[in-house]
Design a protein around this ligand. Structure first.
Ligand code: FAD
Length: 433
């Protein structure tokens, strides 16, 4: 029972399956361990998957991925209580090649893990990794909840998601603090296909994403989303856990009020809610990334805080980090050395890629959000922006120059004067650059 493998991958999410596939394809003996009945059984996300990182891993097979709709338009709404200032971009070019698509994790994770199985990875599902087995500072295996459940390998790939029991047990990160994770709740709302296509101006398998900020997060740091699937919509909102603690607002109350917003209500009306679930998102950003490798282990995806929440990119960073981890382990196998010295190739690959560089670009944002008044940024400013838009478009005999002057005056007042407004703008710019 205690056969030794080249690698044990813990977690069959996008990160784990990417790592398992990469290694199995190169002929390594790999175990893919998953606590769910099957991969994706209990996994939840908003819904957007990205073509590029999937294609990097499966150049000939990515098209077979179970997708819902190919995204041709992405919108951003800044909401006040009964209004929206909207931005967006729609482009046929997003279809040639596809840029991103909506999907269901129940189907996608199963399919993706299936590719790792086809490549030769040994699936062990419905099995929980309880702890890492160590010899000194070296990780040599995983203890599972199965009888005789100790598994041994040269390397353990820790891809067990945001709560990362194994990452914590290594001591490379603590329990995430409430301002390093957000809690998102989501409903799947079923509607006839034709209704979705009419309401969102779609043809064939085209799809739209909408993210929204403003009044809907009730003065907390948060963002909502509405995505189109084939015959359903995914509606959700995520808020920093520290904010939920501060305000004592319950996430489901928040989602209920989102559904009442006049701009959103009309898009979902008549729909039937079939699923409701919540999940954490690692949003600590750059400064929360733990060391990525050590003697006999690497850590990938959500377990390593690799999420770019500004662009709602998580699955692709998970896949890319899993692929890099797999490649580094293949090299370690060639060298016959699984110490940190060789496995740090993985850190290096991550550092040289968009994964690390994008998170680095936004490294100041976390501090900025901590520093500012959430109500100001997420309720008051959206309100002033909406009022300005309303004023400028309302034909009431007032001159445009006066309207503009009033709008600027109100914006400055909201921000506490000209100096504060400039400081806010400057700090905000620095936070994302
Ligand atoms: P996970 O997907 O969490 O996979 C971890 C796997 O490990 C799971 O299958 C779990 O069952 C298993 N596991 C955990 N512990 C153990 C254990 N001890 N033993 C065995 N198995 C274990 N990203 C996007 O790209 N686009 C989006 O639109 C998007 N929207 C999101 C909306 C919401 C509401 C949420 C919560 C997240 C969203 N994300 C999105 C983020 C994205 O879901 C994650 O970044 C991504 O799933 C990370 O992949 P992963 O493989 O690292 O972890």
């Amino acid at each position: 029972a205690n056969e030794k493998f080249d690698a044990i991958v813990v977690g069959a999410g996008p990160a784990g399956s990417a790592a398992a596939y990469t290694m199995a394809k190169a002929g390594l003996s790999v175990v893919l361990l998953e606590r769910g009945e099957f991969p994706g059984a209990k996994n939840l996300f908003g819904g957007v998957l990205y073509r590029k990182q999937l294609e990097d891993i499966l150049p000939d097979k990515w098209q077979e991925a179970p997708f819902e709709r190919h995204i041709v338009e992405q919108r951003l709404w800044i909401l006040d209580s009964q209004s929206a200032v909207t931005f967006g971009h729609r482009n046929e070019a997003f279809k040639h090649p596809y840029n991103c698509f909506t999907g269901m994790r129940v189907k996608f994770d199963q399919w993706f893990a299936g590719k790792a199985e086809e490549a030769g990875a040994l699936p062990i599902y419905e099995t929980v990794a309880l702890e890492l087995i160590r010899e000194g500072d070296k990780v040599v295996g995983v203890r599972t909840d199965r009888e005789d459940g100790d598994l041994y390998a040269d390397v353990v790939v820790i891809a067990d998601g945001v709560n990362s029991l194994l990452g914590k047990s290594l001591g490379i990160h603590r329990e995430w603090s409430p301002d390093e994770v957000s809690l998102a709740v989501k409903e799947q709302i079923f509607l006839p296909k034709e209704k979705i296509m009419d309401r969102f101006n779609l043809e064939g398998d085209e799809g739209v994403t909408i993210e929204f900020i403003g009044e809907t997060s009730k003065g907390m740091i948060g963002m909502g989303f509405l995505y189109t699937n084939k015959e359903s919509l995914s509606l959700g909102i995520g808020v920093m856990v520290s904010e939920l603690k501060r305000t004592r607002i319950k996430p489901y109350e928040l989602l209920e009020s989102v559904k009442q917003h006049p701009v959103i209500r009309k898009l979902i009306q008549g729909g039937e809610t079939k699923e409701y679930a919540g999940h954490l998102i690692p949003e600590g950003g750059y400064h929360s990334i733990p060391p990525l490798s050590g003697n006999g282990w690497v850590i990938c995806g959500d377990a390593a805080q690799l999420v770019n929440f500004v662009h709602r990119e998580g699955t692709n960073l998970a896949m890319k980090s899993g692929q890099f981890a797999g490649e580094a382990i293949i090299e370690a196998k060639n060298r016959g050395d699984f110490s940190r010295a060789t496995l740090s190739l993985y850190d290096q690959k991550v550092k040289e890629s968009f994964v690390h560089k994008d998170l680095r670009k936004y490294r100041g944002l976390h501090g900025f959000l901590k520093e500012i008044d959430p109500k100001l940024a997420f309720t008051d400013l959206p309100r002033v922006l909406n009022e300005a838009a309303y004023e400028m478009l309302l034909v009431d005999g007032e001159t445009k120059a006066n309207k503009q002057r009033n709008a600027i005056k109100r914006m400055k007042e909201t921000l506490g004067g000209t100096f504060s407004a400039l400081k806010f703008g400057y700090k905000g710019w620095r936070a994302i650059n």
